[in-house]
Design a protein around this ligand. Structure first.
Ligand code: AVI
Length: 343
């Protein structure tokens, strides 16, 4: 097993339990503070969703995945279970499985039995977190070569030379693609295509358009876990930016924007407030919002158009009986024509 760490330590779900936040306060870069400040001063104000995931935010996210209203996690798992042999047939044996946002590596591991990858590359923002997960995995699967890669792959994926260039299978489950806007999703998928070399393929978990009531409940649950997840962002901003948000001044708002085919999460001021941070401040009127996350929902056709525009040819589309979520397999367009030539 080999480990490639980023030069700068970044946050992860598994930072030290004694740490009040996500473990990056001390090394917090000026660039990140500037990014947050720029977003807060924008019209409308916005903060990139990556700041939802400090230590507590990551735990809240893990918990909300268990909610009855939040169907994506369990629906995707059911699709993987029901279609594992078809997925294995589509992907073919002996792939180099590149797990993007691997976390505890559990989703990829659940497919090891059928996929039989020859090399497993786990990529996540923190190599430290991956090290523990991979130590355990390697002892259970000694025949699979493993590489841990600490990298913010949303800005482009850089695979080390030890990762074979042929038969790469990029695994991106959990509807994470939905948190990219259309341009960024196109850029991300095109970038993957380029890092894939010849004959690469893609296994994606994608959330689908459905009745707004189902979507709205998934992002505004009765227990208030998603609200806590969203509001916790303000605590993280207080820590990262030394801002003085009072969480009690804000409320969670989430709704399906049908025109843009996305869930929007916002934080809305309950009253007029002044928020200060070193070097700047902003007044928010009562009812004014900070946009904290978008979660795009696709149709089969809109997903195919996105993939094709980025150089991927969808080959298989598996869904649950209600058609709420999809697992999609795609190949690089060159790989598809090579396959046709051989046939
Ligand atoms: C991580 N991501 C795919 C989740 C989503 O559904 O967009 C984040 C989330 N936000 C609120 N609930 C879950």
């Amino acid at each position: 097993m080999s480990i490639h760490s980023p030069l700068v330590r970044q946050h992860s779900a598994d930072d030290c339990a004694n740490d009040q936040g996500g473990g990056i306060a001390a090394g917090q870069s000026d660039a990140e503070r500037a990014e947050i400040s720029r977003g807060l001063l924008g019209s409308p104000a916005q903060v990139p969703p990556k700041y939802l995931y400090d230590t507590l935010g990551s735990k809240l996210f893990e918990s909300l995945c268990l909610l009855p209203e939040y169907y994506p996690t369990r629906t995707e798992a059911a699709i993987f279970r029901a279609h594992r042999h078809d997925i294995a047939r589509a992907a073919g044996p002996g792939a180099v499985l590149v797990d993007l946002g691997a976390g505890n590596c559990a989703k990829a591991e659940s497919l090891f039995g059928v996929l039989a990858p020859r090399h497993y590359v786990a990529v996540d923002i923190s190599a430290d977190f991956l090290r523990d997960a991979l130590d355990r995995l390697q002892s259970c699967h000694p025949d699979i070569r493993m590489t841990a890669l600490g990298q913010d792959f949303s800005q482009g994926l850089h695979l080390p030379q030890e990762v074979p260039a042929d038969n790469r299978l990029f695994f991106y489950p959990g509807s994470s693609l939905g948190n990219f806007g259309p341009d960024d999703a196109h850029r991300f998928l095109s970038g993957l295509r380029q890092s894939g070399g010849r004959q690469a393929s893609l296994l994606l978990g994608v959330d689908l358009v459905k009745e707004p009531e189902v979507l709205n409940a998934a992002y505004d649950d009765a227990l208030g876990l998603t609200a806590a997840f969203n509001l916790n962002l303000l605590r993280n901003l207080n820590r990262l930016l030394q801002a003085d948000f009072d969480v009690r001044d804000w409320t969670h708002v989430a709704f399906f924007n049908e025109q843009k085919s996305r869930i929007e999460m916002h934080l809305q001021a309950r009253r007029a407030v002044l928020v200060r941070w070193p070097g700047s401040s902003r007044r928010f009127a009562e009812g004014e919002r900070i946009h904290t996350e978008s979660s795009y929902k696709y149709t089969r056709a809109s997903l195919a158009a996105l993939l094709e525009g980025a150089g991927w040819q969808p080959t298989d589309f598996w869904t649950d009986p209600a058609g709420w979520f999809a697992v999609v397999h795609a190949r690089t367009q060159t790989a598809v024509s090579l396959q046709k030539d051989v046939a």
